[in-house]
Design a protein around this ligand. Structure first.
Ligand SMILES: NC(=O)C1=CN([C@@H]2O[C@H](COP(=O)(O)OP(=O)(O)OC[C@H]3O[C@@H](n4cnc5c(N)ncnc54)[C@H](OP(=O)(O)O)[C@@H]3O)[C@@H](O)[C@H]2O)C=CC1
Ligand SMILES: CC(=O)N[C@@H](CCC(=O)OP(=O)(O)O)C(=O)O
Length: 357
């Protein structure tokens, strides 16, 4: 191994989340992509599947076989659906190989919370966790909230896309005690890439175009995830009613978040509070009063934009949070976590200016 050149294997490399990481790693000076594995599209160059990568990443995609997982790697990223990483993480960690998983397998330190997440996620069928003993050592991968733990972790559970947008938006207000933690309502919108690359009736153009489709109303797995994390960081039980919608864009998430203020407080003071929390964070922007441009302003970047409003007549705080679901909501945060776990500068390979329009 060249000095400071770390070897990474991606399992699930042919999906959107694998792709998002590969695109960023093409510009990473300290990381070598040693292998790409997937289930179906194997034996061909990645650039045959994604022609925009021609000349940038022409690696051949290998088949997922047990003996290949962890081969020639310092860190393995599972960009796979739920219940894949849980079968491999223990043996990788035993071999001294670090692991990041994009799914819900390792987002929860408590098995009961995992079970609640799994009960809300379609297709999970209430199956038990295959490696519950690892939950206590896994670290939740939101660097802005758990940076030091991530730096020392062997196993990181990358967050859910809506969950990170909600957590970054609410953490400063809930930590400071200005909001009633049981009063939170979130109206979320996501582009169709949130559901991955596999076509379905719901993301068929004629079904999803010209519509705003509510789904899993007050029963989405990221509501549970954000409640648990925000309860942990604020020290008070947080209750969130979350209604997600799918909208006809390819990428982007916007959450409009409402909470009752415990006392009268000016927008200026709340802006100050958020600036104190995030002025040193490279990927969180607290926007000036009155500015809320939506997810188009963060598209293609790892940024989370936060806009704050006070509804004075009803003494409510309104927070608008926008991310690119495939970057800050997935592969961008994953690369932040990889950099932290490997002792590299956190922003390496990530500092992209949003693509506009
Ligand atoms: N899309 C998003 O916005 C976000 C997604 N996530 C999570 O990230 C993970 C990946 O999501 P996404 O990129 O959207 O999904 P995709 O469906 O686009 O990609 C999934 C990838 O995993 C591979 N795969 C599927 N089953 C297996 C298996 N049993 N063993 C090995 N590889 C397998 C697929 O290969 P093949 O096609 O060959 O089956 C494909 O390469 C999921 O856990 C998702 O919940 C998290 C945050 C945001
Ligand atoms: C549009 C769409 O279907 N979005 C997915 C995105 C969430 C996701 O992938 O989250 P997990 O990692 O927790 O599974 C959803 O709402 O379930």
């Amino acid at each position: 191994m060249q000095q400071n050149l770390y070897r990474i294997q991606i399992v699930g490399a042919t999906g959107y989340g694998g792709l998002g990481l590969i695109e960023q790693l093409m510009r990473h000076p300290n990381i070598e992509l040693t292998s790409l594995l997937a289930k179906t599209d194997t034996g061909m160059q990645l650039s045959k599947i994604f022609p925009h990568l021609t000349g940038f990443c022409d690696h051949i995609v290998g088949e997922v076989q047990d003996e290949r997982i962890g081969e020639n790697a310092d860190l393995v990223v599972f960009a796979t659906p739920d219940r894949v990483a849980m079968n491999y993480a223990a043996s990788l960690i035993q071999r001294g190989i670090k692991v990041i998983d994009y799914s819900g397998d390792f987002r929860f330190s408590d098995l009961a919370v995992y079970d609640r997440y799994a009960a809300r996620k379609p297709g999970m069928g209430g199956k038990p966790h295959q490696a519950p003993e690892l939950l206590k050592q896994s670290v939740y991968g939101v660097p802005e909230l758990f940076r030091e733990k991530i730096q020392n972790a062997s196993l990181v559970g990358n967050p859910g896309c809506f969950a990170i947008a909600i957590e970054l938006a609410l953490a400063p207000a809930l930590r400071s005690g200005i909001l009633n933690p049981q009063s939170i309502i979130v109206d979320g919108k996501t582009g169709t890439s949130g559901g991955g690359k596999k076509p379905s009736t719901v993301n068929h153009f004629s079904e999803q175009s010209e519509n705003v489709l509510p789904y899993r109303v007050a029963n989405h797995q990221h509501g549970t995830e954000a409640e648990g994390v925000l309860t942990h960081v604020s020290g008070s039980p947080v209750g969130i009613t979350f209604v997600p919608h799918q909208i006809p864009t390819s990428r982007g998430i916007e959450c409009a978040i409402f909470g009752q203020l415990n006392r009268e407080i000016s927008l200026e003071k709340i802006q100050e509070l958020y600036h104190e929390s995030y002025s040193h964070e490279p990927f969180v922007r607290v926007l000036p009063p009155g500015v809320a441009p939506g997810p188009k302003a963060v598209r293609g970047s790892n940024l989370c934009d936060i806009s704050l409003f006070v509804d004075q007549a009803n003494n409510r705080l309104v927070i608008i949070s926008s991310i690119d679901n495939l970057l800050k909501g997935q592969a961008g945060t994953a690369l932040q976590n990889i950099n932290l776990m490997l002792g590299l500068e956190e922003t390496t390979g990530i500092n992209r200016v949003p693509l506009y329009p």
